[in-house]
Design a protein around this ligand. Sequence first.
Ligand SMILES: C[S@@+](CC[C@H](N)C(=O)[O-])C[C@H]1O[C@@H](n2cnc3c(N)ncnc32)[C@H](O)[C@@H]1O
Length: 382
Amino acid sequence: METLVAPLNGHNTNLTDEGSRLKLQDTLRTAAESTETPHDTMLRLFNAPLQVAVVKAGIDLGLFNILTQSKTPVAVEQIAQDKGADPLFIGRLLRYLASIRLVEETSKDHFAANKSTIAMSDSRVQGAMNYTFNISGPAYQAFPKFCQDHNYQNRTGGKFPWHAGAQTDLDFFPWAKQNPEGLQWFQQLMSVPREGDWLDVVPMADVTEQVLAADPERTVFVDVGGSVGHQCARLTTKLPQLKGHVVLQDLKETIDNVPAIDGVQAMAHDFFTPEPVKGARCYYLCTVLHDWDDEKAIEILKNLIPALGPDSQILIDDMALPNTGVHWWSACLDLHMYTMLGAMERNEDQWHALLDKAGLKALSIETYSPTMRHSIITAVPK
Ligand SMILES: C[S@@+](CC[C@H](N)C(=O)[O-])C[C@H]1O[C@@H](n2cnc3c(N)ncnc32)[C@H](O)[C@@H]1O
């Protein structure tokens, strides 16, 4: 009961398990929304687009970092002076951010950091906000007309709202190759720690021990499309015995910017070409296949098959959605994938069908975040 009423009093609940925490959030949101008049509902949605815009301005100005770094409340006058800005305007920005609980108003014209301010001062979160404001935001603006123009068909291939929003003919990843700032925001977004830990359902310590006992030189883990290597770094930190047996692969533009990770070999590789590392124990694809429609996802998987040894496994780390009651974030990510890439989040039936078409079968689908449904789908040749 204490846990339930704590957030009503503005206290941290310390709920650690994802299922209970998200259930509590949704219950409280539903309760708050049940009190809304039609006018309140309209106001809530009217406010939504402005939030990201003001947060973006706050990031550009360094507001979240200034408040987070200060041990005492900061005067509006001080920030305005340091930034050469108008105190009246800085006060209006901070007043708005306090009203949506992203900063704390401590007294007249004085503000301090709260938990959300600290979150917004993280460079990875700032990259994610820059991504959503500059990159997915314009694509969302193009979404309704795109759907209307295409008669609300579930399109794969061709152009998506992304192209109209960014006014480009390039698909997102080729565009990112030519736009280093956009690529960096995307990489920062990818680096924000996600819900759950896939190592809870894959016994990597045991796997590593068995593999290296039989062949001390063997590659144990290939992170295919692994971005800047945050998963590899986490893995080798948790299991140092894996050092020297992990390969990180991504596009050259990304690999060129990867800081050296102890015990991890970084390799430029396009996953639409045959996998060059042969006979590794695990080929791991984390939130890679959800970027692609079935045709392209099958191509990626088929490029792995010739590299597989007798006991190799493909570990797909993606959402495996339930048939009903999808969490709002999973449903959001699904439409985000459609908007940006013409892709989708898949349910279990869709995963089985996809693997079958690629010449693979699922040995297991193990969910490690019960609400978001992040899961490890272990696949081997049929
Ligand atoms: C959604 S991100 C996932 C990154 C990482 N696995 C993670 O979980 O954070 C998809 C990754 O696929 C990479 N990618 C896109 N096209 C690729 C290609 N043709 N070959 C290799 N990697 C590619 C992107 O650069 C990006 O890092």
